[in-house]
Each structure stands twice: as C-alpha cells, then as structure tokens.
Design a protein around this ligand. Sequence first.
Ligand SMILES: [Ca+2]
Ligand SMILES: [Ca+2]
Length: 242
Amino acid sequence: MPRRGLVLLGGLLLLLAGCTRSQGAVQPPVLPSPSRPAVLSASPTPPRAFLPLVMRFDPPTATPTPTATLTPTLTPSPTATPTPLPVTLNFCAALPQGGLPIPDGDFDGLQSALSVDYAGTLLDVNVRLEIAHTWVGDLRAALSHARQDVLLMERPGAAQNPPSGCPGNDVRVVLDDAAPAAVQDSCSETSPALNGTLRPAEPLASFAGLPADGEYLLTVSDLSRPDEGTLTAWCLALTILR
Ligand SMILES: [Ca+2]
Ligand SMILES: [Ca+2]
C-alpha cells in the first residue's frame, strides 16, 4: 500500500474513535430509585461553619459576693442617766473683824447665820468652830437648819471636871461624827484646849437627807461667869448630793 493510502486510513480510524468518546460522555440524569422515596428533612443540616480559632482570654469570673444580710436596726439604748456624784463644799460665815463677842453668863448667847444657796440633799455635815475664850468649860454651841437642832457641845470636860468643865483656853476644832474622840471628853491644858477633829455632843447625821440650801444658825452661849470670849470663825463642810 502506498504511503498516501496509509495516511487516509489512519485518519479515518481516528475519526471513528472520536465519535465513540463523545457518545460515552453524554450521561443520562440519575433518577431516584422508585423503591426509596425521597426523605424530606424538616431541618436540613446547615452547612457547618468553620469559625476561625480565636483564643479568648475572658477575665476570671468574679465570685459573686453573697448578698449582705441586712443587719436589723438596733434599738438605741436609752441614754444612761449619769449617776450624780456628791460634792463637799465649804461655807464660812462672814464675821466682823475681831469676831463676835459671846455674852458672859447668858444662856441665849449669840446667833450667827450662814446662808447656803447650793441646792441638793445633805449627806454629811462637818462644823469648824474657832472661839477665843478662857475656861472653855463655860461654853455651849448648837447648830440649827431646816428646823433641826444639833447640840455641838455643852460644858466640855464636865465629866472630868464637874460641874464647871474644861478650864483650858480656846477652841479650834472640826466637829465630825466620824472622829474617834468626843469633844465632850476633850480638854487640853495648853491652847487650844479643844483642838483637832472631834465628835460632836449630838450626831450631825441628823441633818442628813435635809435640803442643803437655806440658812444655818449657830448659837454660842457662855453658861457661867466669869471668863468670856469671842467667836472668831465658823464654817460648814457640806457633802451634798445634787
Ligand atoms: Ca462627817
Ligand atoms: Ca463665862
């Protein structure tokens, strides 16, 4: 066979082969199998989204603070009433220069008043008494306040030297119920014959509970002649509860 015939035969064969390929490429549509009905999905699964991986650093979750329990309102305590404290105050009578002369041999004697304007209740009373006098056994003294009378002394030393009492001179005493020695039993040969803190003839506690304010009246008498003198000072130490 000549070379030209071979070329034509080859071309013919290639043409036939091409037709066969194109027929195989046309595929009929695939139909669902009649024995297997199509399932209608109510919620078709959405396509999964692939989110980019992002590292989140959330702040640590704070522990929730428990709700504070409401503290019940406290009923305020009533203000405590301050306890009153007693005070001790001194009051002295204003006497003329040189004192008050005591009438000799006169039971009525002299009166000296002292006014106290400090309100409160008397808890304790002490009396300072200063008298310049010879033969103090002649003397009698009494204190009155709020219609209460207390005999301070009367013829001191009379028990040791009856009936005239202590022959010594001068009085400089504080009369106090708490004193161990009694003025009635005191008598010194040296002045003052009556000296220091002494217990009065009658208890000054009789004034306890009475109002502190008001007038206090001291009566000093010279019960026999001779010998005389003067009242030079007298004071009260009042312990008062307001
Ligand atoms: Ca006293
Ligand atoms: Ca006298």
